[in-house]
Write a protein that binds this ligand. Structure first.
Ligand code: PXL
Length: 280
């Protein structure tokens, strides 16, 4: 089987482990060719660092897309995340329209915020645009903060508990047309994981593991990258969510044991072997 190709549309933050610095190694370790289309280059991510640089790549993106088109490239998946400007939303929509083939899976991670807070560079117009972009997706991976933004309610107004998470993913499924994997969804004390609505089967399922009682930056990006890789490789949605949930748990346990500051992200690199599934 030819190596599947994924167009990964995210920022590149030089330090702090998120976006392309996790998507590229994870997708590569899983045996996929990751083709990065950077939305911005930052010295660090925006969560917990002061004075970060931010180079907006908006103008470059359509030029990259046009060159890829002229080469006749096609992608088994388009996977978007953190965007650098409002104009990029239309550019990613155009990219999806241009490159969506009959077997292409479109993943939109509707990156906008976490822990009840919108990220510093995300304006209200960008949040509205992200919701519009997410309507083009086959699969979305919001956290609870992003689910509230997509539903147009405050975090406090979200329905609570496992039954609440089921209701959230079903409400976000656009009448069953799109799969939704809600991250940070707990179905009980000492548990965490994902709640999945699978548009292929119409089923909603909780995928849970034991909770590591700490917060880490960038876990959403690690989660969405493993999920994307596993789905492109042919896993079902609950199988892919299981792989992502257990990989995050292993990373969180390793990172907590070292007591790294939250802004360092999860120490995933030594665990990439868990995703390769092969030997020479
Ligand atoms: O993990 C989401 C993310 C991605 N990219 C940048 C960020 C964040 C969250 O803070 O700052 C640059």
């Amino acid at each position: 089987m030819p190596t599947p190709r994924v167009a990964a549309i995210h920022d590149m933050s030089g330090y702090g482990r998120c976006s392309l610095t996790v998507a590229i190694p994870i997708l590569s370790a899983m045996g996929l060719q990751c083709c990065p289309l950077p939305t911005a280059f930052l010295s660090t991510h925006t969560g917990g660092f002061e004075g970060f640089t931010f180079l907006d790549m908006t103008g470059e993106m359509p030029r990259v897309a046009a060159h890829w088109k002229s080469l006749g490239l096609n992608f088994q998946a388009v996977y978007s995340g953190f965007l650098g400007s409002e104009r990029q939303i239309g550019i990613v929509e155009d990219f999806i329209r241009e490159f969506r083939g009959k077997d292409t899976v479109v993943f939109v991670d509707p990156v906008m915020g976490d822990h009840g807070q919108v990220y510093r560079t995300y304006t209200p117009a960008m949040c509205d645009g992200t919701a519009r972009l997410a309507e083009q997706a086959d699969v979305i991976t919001p956290n609870l903060t992003e689910a509230a933004l997509l539903l147009g309610v405050s975090c406090r107004e979200l329905p609570a508990g496992e039954a609440g998470c089921r209701e959230i993913v079903e409400r976000l499924s656009l009448g069953g047309r799109r799969s939704v994997v809600l991250t940070g969804a707990s179905a009980g004390e000492s548990l965490t994981g994902a709640m999945c609505y699978d548009a292929k089967t119409g089923r909603t399922e909780a995928v849970q593991t034991r909770r590591v009682p700490r917060e880490f930056h960038g876990t959403g990006d690690v989660f969405a990258s493993v999920l994307t890789g596993a789905l492109v490789k042919g896993c079902t949605l609950p199988e892919a969510a299981r792989q992502a949930v257990e990989f995050i748990r292993a990373c969180a346990e390793r990172t907590a044991a070292q007591d790294l500051p939250m802004r360092e992200g999860v120490d995933f690199e030594p665990l990439l072997g868990l995703l390769t599934g092969g030997s020479i």
